[in-house]
Design a protein around this ligand. Sequence first.
Ligand code: GN1
Ligand code: MG
Length: 363
Amino acid sequence: MAATNDTDGRKYLSDFAQFAIEGDVIDISPFGDGHIAQTFYVQTTVRNYVMQRMNTYVFPDVEGLMANFSAVTAHLEKKGEETIHLVPTREGRIFLRSPNGCFRVYHSIENAVGYSKVTSGELFCRAGEAFGRFQKALADFDASCLSEVIPHFHDTPKRFGDFCAALEKDVCGRAAACPEEIAFFLDRKDTYARATDALADGRLPLRVTHNDTKLNNVLMDADTGLARAVIDLDTVMPGSLIFDFGDSIRFGASTAAEDEKDLSKVHFDLDLFDAYARGFCGALKDDITPYEAEMLPYGAYLMTAECGMRFLGDYLAGDVYFATAYAEHNLVRARTQIRLASEMEQRQEEMAAVIRRVLKDSV
Ligand code: GN1
Ligand code: MG
């Protein structure tokens, strides 16, 4: 099931004790704002840890996921990038399976902050740099040794098929309440296959990608404001660079939160797009192919439309995937994505001009 709002970590302390932790527990409290895993901050007398209860509904292949996680973090560490440092169980395993669920523990990255909202172009530029560097550091990582933990994760035509299936079933009888939102995705069905087609015929190279590049998945140093580490590595899989770029834009180049109810506040911000593109392309420099660069504006539209259809599909299916705080939450989220996707659709040319300029400046 979707992550619950059950936030009392004390019942998982016996699970925490199975890990090779130092010190005695002082406190455990809920942490972060992801929609998928349950996350806790655990303070001991020696140091601070993060414990996550993984969502095995979303990620049934926990072994594959954790093998990816530990291989990728080891590679990043080798490349001198700050990353998540896993703590093994006392038996030497990288995660724990117990009657309470599946858990992993890692060292807390201290004196670092994650942002749920872009507060300046500067901040967003640094997030772009972090994800660009992440891509670059993994460019020589053998993608064939990664498990595809959620097959077809950014396969938008497949996501559209899932959306249509949820619409067809309409298990909660909610479709009648959102005909315009449904029509938005149906009307655009011919726009969803450009990335999957280009990956299939090789125009877009397959890379190791993060696949969930929301702003809050980069930790910034609390003192210097500089990007420190990319977190939430659950969805690291083979994919396209335009997915990583696009998902960041979807979330961060918006003037409002992903679940803002007042749509008059929700707009795609071209200056923020510019700032992120500067950071991302600047970190990658000539590692980005001309076709990838050309597809970046489309990637932003595609990731936004895809996320919107996932939210709306989950609303129609009865909120089984994303954690929700109230009955209309997924519908509200879908609406913001629709607003953003349609503005991005209108502004593809301007975005392309930004990319051309940014690339010229970064060589
Ligand atoms: C989920 O883990 P979290 O909450 O950052 C989702 C992403 C969506 C995002 C929308 C594994 O990410 O794909 O873009 O919500 N992750 C998974 O906020 O489905
Ligand atoms: Mg995530």
